[in-house]
Structures are given as C-alpha cells and as structure tokens.
Design a protein around this ligand. Structure first.
Ligand code: SF4
Length: 350
C-alpha cells in the first residue's frame, strides 16, 4: 500500500477527490490537492474524454505510437494501451521508433522501447536512418560537425516516421508531446517566418493528437511517469546544442513565470493563426526522386542527402537553398517542409 493511501495523519492534507488518502500533489489546472491514485484516474479520464470529444479514433483503426523511449511517448504508449483495453476502443496499437544512429544515445533509448514492447504487449517497428538514407547521424556529424546536425536529423526523422507508418499500414500516428513542446514549436515557427506550418491544411492528425493530449494535460506527463514508475529514458542527445529552440524554451519559461497561462495562450494563438487567402502558398506535390510529399522537385530530405553524398553538405542548408532535379541550386524555398528541429530530443518530431 502506498504512503498516501494510509489514513490521514494529523496535519496531513487529504485528497480533494476521494477525501481519504493523503494528498501527493497539486492539480496544475485547479491547484487542488490530490492523491496519487486519484491523479492517475483524473489524468487517464481527461485523455479518454479528449479522445471521445474529438473523435480521434475509430474502431478497427491501426495506430502507431511514436516511441522514443522518452517520458512523454512512454506515457502515451502506456495510457493509450490502457484506455484501449479499458474502453474497448478496438484499436490495433503499434510502437514506431526511429533509429537515427546515435551511439550512446539512441541505441540506449531503443533498449527502453524494446522493454516497453514487452511490458505493454505492443508490436514494435524500428526504422533507421542507415537503412532509409544510407547515413547514420554519427556519420553525418562526422562530416558536418555540430552546427546543422539537428536540421538533417529533424528532416530525416519526419520522413522516417511517415515511412515507418506506411510500412505498418497504420491510419494514424500518435506522438506524445507536452504543452511546452507545442508552445515552443509555435513560437519557433513565428520566429522563423515558417508560415506554411501554420496553414491548417498542413496540420495533420499527428499534430492534432499531440496538441489535444498535450494541451489538455499540461505538463502532467512527467508527474504521471514518475509516480507510475514507468520505464523511460531521460538522457539528452549527445548532439543536442539546438540553441535556437533552447532560447525559445527559456523565453517561454520566463513568460510563464510572469503569466502562468502563457503556454496555453501561445498554443491557442498557433491554433487560431490564419494565413491571408491572398498569400501565395506552395503547392503540394511529390518528390521526383523518392515520391515523398514536396512542393519542390526534390523533397528536403533528398536535397540534404544529395549534399551529403556529394560531399557538399551545406548545399541543402539554409532557408532558400535547395537543389533542382538536375542537381543545381534552387533559390526557391521549400516552405512545405517544416524546418522544425526536434526538441532536445527524446521525441519524434512532426
Ligand atoms: Fe537529432 Fe534531436 Fe539529437 Fe538534434 S538533438 S541530432 S534533432 S536527436
């Protein structure tokens, strides 16, 4: 029996929900005192309600859970598999991991995902950069150094996740991110002038799933994972300078200290962002080389890969640079491809 399920001792605060157990934490939303068991129940029920209200799933659907071994994706895998059983969603759930080929980081975190596969009884598919692109991140960093490594990694990860989803023949991909991550991404998109990422037609089910789960649960993923003693990996990537996102994170934390609602407000701004109908947006097509979605002849991953393979990795770097199918520089920007790095960096990027 846990400490907080013992009868109240003199002076100990009682849970505001069950009024029996000792309170273990404050609910972020209401600041009420709550015990662990009631926290689990409230957290899981909130996610269940979000799923129902937004009709996120249909019976019989195949759902891949982006699994990095980090806290958020582990909580998502655990809770979704629990809710699927408890409420008979009728979903076929899978774990989908991307192996970037980062020795001392991803190899270790994938061991966690392999344990999760057994613990939660969810089949695991791992797609690797080496298999998809012929390069590991270790090899890429050896060539390019630590300056633009996250740009390569973010672009490759997005495509790897989609390719893994296609291999698994899933209907949707669920990724676990918390509200902080989403607010950072909204802010980064603004700071970079990456308006294409705000265009609603580019917001796919992955985004809405993580948005809804993340926003509704604020940053309770950490508390849930910690109290539940879930098996997750918490080391940062060894190549994670990623300074730009770090500044955005610090800025948001400062804002939150002054105004606690700042994170939710930033996310709402991102949701409500609309692009003028007179703004020319890139037209969606497919990459001539690999068939992946792209607004240019070549998708961003193929451009970056061409640079690597030709020993000219900077060819694909930068806001306005790319390569045409004849291998020449193309000054038009592929704004369809989001230049979003992963957070640092346990999780899968959208
Ligand atoms: Fe890739 Fe994230 Fe590491 Fe950057 S920090 S290299 S995006 S895993």
């Amino acid at each position: 029996m846990e400490a907080d399920s013992k009868p109240k001792k003199s002076g100990a605060r009682l849970c505001c929900v069950c009024n029996q157990n000792r309170a273990a934490l404050k609910r972020p939303k209401t600041l009420e005192q709550i015990c662990r068991e009631c926290f689990y129940a409230v957290f899981e029920e909130e996610i269940h309600q979000v799923i129902l209200e937004n009709q996120l799933f249909k019976p019989g659907e195949r759902i891949a859970i982006g699994a990095s071994g980090g806290k958020d994706s582990t909580v998502l895998a655990y809770v979704l598999s629990e809710l699927n059983r408890r409420h008979n969603y009728g979903l076929d759930l899978f774990l989908l991991s991307v192996d970037e080929g980062i020795t001392g980081y991803r190899d270790d975190s994938l061991e966690t995902v392999k344990r999760n596969e057994l613990q939660y009884g969810l089949p695991l598919k791992i797609v690797s950069y080496k298999d998809l692109y012929g390069w590991t991140m270790d090899e890429i960093v050896k060539m390019i150094g630590l300056k633009n490594n996250c740009t390569f990694c973010g672009v490759f990860r997005r495509q790897a996740l989609d390719r893994g989803a296609a291999l698994l023949k899933v209907d949707k991909v669920a990724t676990g991110h918390n509200a902080d991550d989403i607010a950072e991404t909204v802010l980064l998109n603004i700071l970079r002038g990456d308006i294409a990422s705000f265009n609603s037609e580019f917001i796919n089910i992955r985004f809405s799933l993580r948005l809804m789960l993340g926003c509704q649960n604020l940053n309770k993923f950490s508390t849930y994972a910690y109290f539940k003693k879930l098996d997750y990996f918490s080391t940062e990537c060894i190549y994670s300078p990623n300074a730009y996102r770090g500044f955005a994170r610090e800025f948001i934390k400062d804002l939150e200290r002054i105004r606690p609602r700042a994170i939710l407000d930033i996310i709402k701004s991102g949701e409500d962002f609309r692009i003028s109908t007179t703004t020319k947006m890139p037209e969606q097509g497919t990459c001539e080389r690999c068939g992946y979605i792209s607004s240019q002849k070549w998708c961003k991953a193929c451009v970056l890969l061409e640079g690597l393979n030709r020993g000219l990795p900077k060819l694909g770097i930068g806001r306005n640079q790319g390569l045409n199918s004849d291998g020449k520089k193309d000054r038009k920007r592929d704004s369809r491809t989001p230049s979003i790095e992963s957070k640092q960096c346990g999780s899968l990027e959208f």
